[in-house]
Design a protein around this ligand. Structure first.
Ligand SMILES: C[S@@+](CC[C@H](N)C(=O)[O-])C[C@H]1O[C@@H](n2cnc3c(N)ncnc32)[C@H](O)[C@@H]1O
Length: 272
């Protein structure tokens, strides 16, 4: 298969370099947590704890797929695991090496990865949704030792989802049947939707405040140059409409109607 262009994900750089987040995933919130960046960081730590606690005894080698900033790998390496990272994002390549003190990094999309060794466990923390569903388990089967584990924590789309809400995330039923068809037996199915949705409320608040800040910053210009403002508004009208339409992605009520956020663990049994 032809190697695709490396990714350079600006949204992830924003979370990391602007918001100062080490984790690029949702968080697990307490009911009474206020929507603050400090609480988001604590919530993301709880999410990471959930993953680490799920790793079965006896696992020594781990492939951290879509390893982001390398934060989870750093923790796993410190805990004594032989961890390696994989990501198609050029910015994450150097970061990973610094974070993990030079642990091996594979600069690939998972679906294009040709492993030279097999691992006891694969972890996909909010990265599985980017891997084409028909390649996810077939590639995982090439990467894992027989009896190895796949931990995938992510959101999944229900059959009733439509519009922009239905566009990101794998269809839950399709995902489960692909796992079954490829000899992956489900061991953990932990629905954490109710605990993660505050991440959306926090993001929505952040975006709305960004709009207000933009409004304040441009107020003088708009007052002084009404005609130019009209022209600019006309030129960017489609972009504005798209942003408005996509605000539904941050609506936590809608999210719970059409998506589920789940920690899955599967065990791979090679039956051939
Ligand atoms: C939302 S971030 C999650 C990062 C990290 N796992 C975490 O939990 O903080 C998604 C990650 O998936 C990676 N990714 C995107 N497409 C991928 C693919 N086809 N194969 C492997 N990783 C991919 C991105 O580069 C990024 O590292």
């Amino acid at each position: 298969m032809k190697q695709k262009k490396p990714k350079n994900d600006r949204a992830l750089r924003f979370y990391n370099q602007v918001l100062g987040l080490d984790h690029l995933h949702y968080g697990i919130w307490n009911e009474d947590d206020e929507l603050t960046i400090a609480n988001l960081k604590i919530a993301q730590q709880r999410y990471e704890d959930l993953i680490v606690d799920a790793i079965p005894d006896g696992v020594t080698t781990i492939l951290d797929v879509g390893c982001g900033t390398g934060e989870l790998s750093k923790r796993l390496a410190n805990a004594g695991y032989q961890v390696e990272g994989l990501s198609p994002d050029i910015n994450q390549k150097d970061l990973y090496s610094i974070k993990t003190n030079g642990r091996p990094f594979h600069f690939y999309r998972f679906e294009e990865f040709k492993p030279t060794l097999r691992y006891d466990c694969i972890i996909m923390s909010e990265s599985g949704q980017y891997i084409p569903i028909e390649m996810l388990f077939t590639t995982a089967a090439l990467v894992l030792n027989p009896g190895g584990f796949l931990i995938n924590i992510d959101y999944f789309v229900l059959d009733n989802a439509d519009g922009v809400l239905g566009k990101s995330g794998h269809n839950l039923n399709r995902y489960i049947s692909e796992a079954d068809n490829n000899n992956f037996t489900m061991i953990i199915d932990n629905d954490i939707t109710a605990k993660i949705v505050k991440t959306l409320d926090f993001s929505k608040q952040l975006v709305e405040r960004g709009f207000i800040a933009f409004d304040i910053a441009t107020e003088k210009f708009r007052y002084k140059h009404p005609i130019i403002t009209k022209i600019i508004n006309y030129l960017i009208r489609r972009k504005k409409q798209k942003i408005n339409d996509e605000m539904i992605l941050l609506n936590s009520k809608k999210f719970t109607e059409v998506k589920k956020y789940i920690l899955f663990m599967f065990q791979f049994q090679n039956k051939t």
